[in-house]
Design a protein around this ligand. Structure first.
Ligand code: NG1
Ligand code: ZN
Length: 541
């Protein structure tokens, strides 16, 4: 018998569950960790192919299930500039993951090599990291087996936040070029952020502290590490109180019931995690399990809870960066734009267009869509309402900012802060730690507490519902997911309902990460938003 292909031989140790079909979705592959080994093995093969196709540039692989429960896990690929895997390759990932046998897997792998004219002589290069989930080390074994079977050179960066892996991937691929992004290691990440933070802070002193709930995930130890590089509160620096940073017991991660922590807990329950001990008007924030999302919140003097979500961070960043650009004398030369999804609160969209007078683009859900749209602006601010986002500066914008000669001391100081922000803000992907520092810098410069931030506009009451349906695949949308074109006739009924409510807006779409349809509704009062959501849900069922 001929000796077995190394890829088939290694694959035999990570057999595909026969009854499962996998799909590389908006967040890569994500599911119960127990059935993920074959998927991770095959994702490793795809990373090798992708690196070869890109002439040996380094591809990142992150093992995480973000805000999901502790016994889930997932895997996603990072492209050379630290961006998410290019869309067309998601289909290849899905094909490899579903190959029914080890032999079929080798055939698919060989076919991709042939069809895409991939040069097998090129040595693939891959780096990877994982979050704190207990299943992480086991899944790393599957990944390493794929990298070895495909002759890939690899480095294990162990525990990192998702944005840190994106950062290091970009650093490695730009090293020695004019686009060098930073030192390609964890320390380089902290040094870059802290240098930019100090420069943006200037002589400003911080007022009060911020309490950060780290969801008992990887963000906890990484935030503690970052703090060591930042100016201390005694130097006028920011006091960061870290809570929920227990990664010794992985079952505490994102725990909504006993340990009540994480960005999703805050959003779903509309209240602060008890461990944040939030006092009136104190700034609080929550991260998700891999620290790429952040939610701010505070309790008012009357003990009412106020959420400052991704829409709020986007509007704050757009307001401040727009002001800085004008004050630096670059107002006409830097076009700031904001990218949102249909889930953005209508009041935030109105505030951006009517008050800030900035353009807004709406894209389908999933940060890859927002990121892509944001690259079309000189300065593209993008956030999902759930707190995942960043601000992108185009190459042209960076050149203008870096070359501009200020005409006055006022221009000079605005320009200093603007330059610092281009380094402080993670250019690869939404990053909770970088976003935290950004928000704190802006609030400090504006001398704002959370209340002043909250007063910029009033959110329209809204309701997000999750409906289980027989087959979510029949729900097809158009107009950035704001309209249903299938099943036929449903949109007409939704439109008729919306028309009956003051400030009414509602849409339904199939979730990309759960087997359900999501219904979102807004209206002038909370009761009406709930009622509209319930009526639209009845139409969808
Ligand atoms: P789906 O399940 O497609 O709605 C959810 C979030 C997205 C995004 C992805 C990836 C909502 C309404 N949807 O997508 O914003 O974060 O997960 O994690 O929050
Ligand atoms: Zn996440």
């Amino acid at each position: 018998m001929a000796s077995q292909h190394p890829i088939a031989a290694a694959s035999a140790k990570f057999p595909k569950p026969a009854d499962r079909t996998f799909q590389y979705g908006t967040a890569g592959f994500r599911m119960k960790a127990a059935i993920l080994d074959s998927v991770v093995y095959r994702a490793g093969l795809l990373a090798a192919l992708r690196s070869r196709k890109l002439n040996g540039q380094i591809i990142g692989v992150m093992i995480t299930a973000s805000h999901n429960p502790p016994d889930d896990n997932g895997v996603k690929l990072v492209d050379p500039m630290g961006e998410m895997l290019e869309g067309t390759w998601e289909a290849y990932a899905t094909i490899l993951a579903n190959a029914p046998s080890d032999q079929a897997l080798v055939e698919a792998y060989d076919k991709f090599t042939l069809d895409m004219k991939i040069d097998s002589a090129i040595k693939p290069r891959v780096i990877f990291a994982r979050d704190t989930r207990a299943s992480g080390p086991r899944l790393v074994t599957a990944l390493v087996a794929a990298l070895e079977a495909s002759g890939t050179e690899y480095t294990d960066y162990k525990l990192l936040t998702t944005p840190q892996l994106h950062y290091i991937t970009r650093c490695l691929n730009t090293k020695g070029t004019t686009y060098e992004y930073g030192e390609p290691n964890e320390q380089g990440y902290y040094e870059k952020l802290s240098a930019a933070f100090r420069a943006a802070m200037g002589t400003k002193k911080f007022n009060g502290s911020v309490t950060v709930d780290c969801a008992n995930g990887v963000g906890g130890p990484k935030l503690r590490e970052l703090i060591k590089y930042l100016p201390s509160p005694t130097e006028g620096g920011l006091e960061i109180k870290v809570v929920n940073d227990d990664v010794v017991e992985p079952e505490r991660l994102n725990h909504q019931i006993s340990y009540q922590c994480g960005a999703d807990f805050v959003k779903t329950n509309q209240r602060a995690p008890p461990s944040s001990h939030s006092t009136p008007l104190a700034r609080c924030a929550s991260l998700d399990g891999d620290a790429d999302r952040i939610m701010y919140y505070f309790v008012d003097s009357d003990n009412s809870f106020h959420l400052l979500d991704g829409d709020r961070i986007a509007t704050l960043a757009a307001l401040y960066i727009g002001d800085l650009a004008r004050n630096a004398g670059l107002g006409e030369k830097l076009k700031v734009g904001v990218v949102q999804t249909a889930y953005a609160n209508g009041a935030s969209t109105a505030y951006i267009t009517q008050d800030l007078k900035l353009p807004v683009v709406c894209t389908p859900t999933g940060v890859k869509h927002l990121h892509h749209a944001a690259t079309k602006f000189d300065v593209g601010v993008y956030f999902e309402a759930n707190g995942h986002g960043t601000v992108l500066f185009s190459d042209v914008a960076l050149k203008r900012i870096n070359k501009y000669e200020p005409q006055s001391p006022a221009q000079s100081s605005a320009l200093d802060v603007l330059r610092a922000l281009t380094a402080l803000i993670n250019q690869t992907v939404g990053d909770a730690l970088s976003d935290l520092l950004l928000v704190e810098i802006i609030l400090a410069h504006k001398s704002w507490g959370p209340k002043e931030w909250d007063l910029t506009y009033t959110d329209l009451p809204n309701r997000l519902g999750r409906i289980e349906v027989a087959d979510r695949n029949i729900f097809k949308t158009t107009d950035a997911e704001r309209k249903l074109e299938s099943p036929p006739g449903v949109q007409v009924q939704i439109d008729a309902l919306v028309g009956k409510y003051k400030n009414g807006r509602s849409f339904a779409r199939a979730s990309g990460t759960e087997d359900a349809v999501r219904v979102y509704a807004e209206a002038a009062t909370k009761g009406e938003a709930d009622e509209l959501a319930a009526k639209v849900a009845d139409v969808v069922k």
